[in-house]
Design a protein around this ligand. Sequence first.
Ligand code: ZN
Ligand code: ZN
Length: 334
Amino acid sequence: MRALVYLGPRRMELQEVPDPVAGPGDVVIDSVVSAVCGSDLHGFREASPRRIPPLVMGHETIGRIGAVGTGVDPERLGQRVVLKPIISCGRCAACRAGDINRCREGRLVGRDLAGGFAERFAVPATAAVPVPSELPDEVAVLTEPLANAEHVTERAVREGDVVFVIGSGPIGALMVRAAFLHRARQVIVTDTNPERLAFAVAQGAEGVPGDDALEAVTAATDGWGADVVIDAAGFETTWALGLQAIRPGGHIFEIGLGAPRGMVEFFTVLGKEATITGSYAWSDQDFARSLELLAGGALTPDGWLTRVPLAEGQQAFEDLADRGQPFKVLLELG
Ligand SMILES: [Zn+2]
Ligand SMILES: [Zn+2]
């Protein structure tokens, strides 16, 4: 079968690789489409200790069950599924609470085991979640990224809040949608790339390019500051912007992978009694809720996705890394 294999920073290659086998309790998913996530892109740009080449990335996948291992209901053959890519131990305290993103033995498909940028891949049967038939692939494939947004906004946003989202990539735009689903009063979003603001604006946000963002938050809140800041970029500059924009007692959520470390103005954290919370992936409940929201028509991702054949994957990664375009890439496998 064909797979797009990551061979090191900025190197992807279409290769012929052996077909996966469904072990006990596993299924093989025949991929139909796999979206490129910001974290795949992060792995493509620079060497990461968490993505060891050669690796088949991809954790936002829609496919059909093509084979089942022993102990899996054969009735599932042919079932259309969305990949639920966190493989957790199921026994630890975090897993028992449904917080599978906190499992110490947790593995991620497309990072710790071969993922969806291949015609087929094997996962535990529990990682293949049935998709309602009326939900198109182009919407269902957003289940995992929307779960990330649900994980933040479910904790962050209260009715009537003014929310400031920094970074208007797919995750930023999903944060906007999710903030409104949690009854935010107003969402202001900023990005250094003004073209990308359009997608967040289409979700109901006020889009403000670069330098004017702080002023917009100040004006919207009578100089008080935003109730919630969601930083979907994650650089020194955006940490600083978030701290300037947050109101006293407000809550900043960090989800962007921009920089691993840097300076933070902690006197402002103290002075404002700000809370900074990290966010990684999602819980069982967030994932289930995300699929439910999409099935209920919560999101119309018009114009979000650009379909690219698997063979052109390397080029798509380069375009995303160098130009931030297109907005979100859907690799076609089926
Ligand atoms: Zn993702
Ligand atoms: Zn666990």
